[in-house]
Design a protein around this ligand. Structure first.
Ligand SMILES: [Zn+2]
Length: 262
């Protein structure tokens, strides 16, 4: 019993220690609850906006290491189920075309270039940004009529602007610096441009109660876990207003946001 109490006190002290040095990236809240703690993985939950994040967040060096291992399939120069990937990409481009007729399209975290290719087929001038060299090589080889950039969106954004559509699927949950990432996305978008962005939804009614049984739970690769409310708030703080939520049967957030005219 004493041991349990000691463990509780220790946990409280750990949480207190975090309070003093962390502030929530979305709402700047300073108070967090311990949400998950097992082995070396510790997640905190912001008491105000309920953003859940890994503590400590990965450093840039750790991110590089994660990316070395991340696209294991891509390292062989081959992606599985390519037809299925292209088919899904074409459906998603069709959804996007409801809100933006053409212009320049960018996929942030473009993987093997499937969505970039689908956007080109639909009449966009299509670009892809990706951190993984093997994925970019694959995209160049298989879909050569598009433009690709190897590196982070923050670097790409310095010289690229005026996109009318940006797509970013299942990437932002990997990103420790949320505001730097979303600011870079907003920077490349022209006023009125549309962002189509997806990420797992930890608050979704179909998310397994046992966190470890959920395929969206993947620390340390997934270091941030959103709910629809704090996700919209993050986008809005960078001038991106959510105007449509796609129904998600699986525990995910899929939203369209428009860049304000200023
Ligand atoms: Zn917060």
């Amino acid at each position: 019993m004493t041991e349990i109490n000691n463990a509780k006190i220790e946990t409280k002290e750990m949480a207190k220690e975090s309070e003093s040095r962390l502030s929530c990236q979305i709402c700047s809240g300073q108070s967090h609850d311990l949400f998950y703690n097992r082995d070396s993985t510790r997640l905190l939950c912001c008491q105000t906006c309920k953003l859940i994040f890994l503590d400590p967040l990965p450093t840039p060096e750790e991110i590089d290491k994660i990316y070395d291992d991340l696209y294991k399939n891509a390292s062989t120069g081959y992606f599985a189920k390519v037809d299925k990937k292209l088919c899904r990409s074409r459906l998603r481009v069709r959804l996007l075309k409801r809100y933006v007729s053409g212009g320049r399209f960018l996929d942030v975290g473009c993987n093997g270039g499937f969505m970039v290719e689908a956007a080109r087929e639909a009449g966009f001038e299509a670009f892809g940004v990706e951190l993984d060299r093997a994925s970019i090589d694959y995209a160049h080889r298989n879909y050569p009529n598009n433009t690709y950039f190897l590196g982070p969106i923050e670097a790409f954004a310095k010289n690229a602007q005026e996109f009318s559509a940006v797509y970013c699927s299942e990437v932002i949950e990997h990103v420790p610096d949320l505001n730097g990432f979303v600011a870079a996305i907003a920077l490349v978008m022209k006023p009125g441009a549309v962002l189509y962005i997806t990420t797992p939804d930890i608050s979704h009614w179909r998310r397994p109660k046992n966190l470890e049984a959920w395929d969206g739970f993947d620390p340390p690769d997934h270091c941030i876990y959103f709910n629809p409310s704090n996700f919209s708030r993050l986008l809005a703080s960078h001038g991106l207003e959510v105007f449509h939520r796609q129904f998600a049967w699986k525990p995910g957030i899929k939203v369209f946001a428009r860049k304000r005219d200023k």
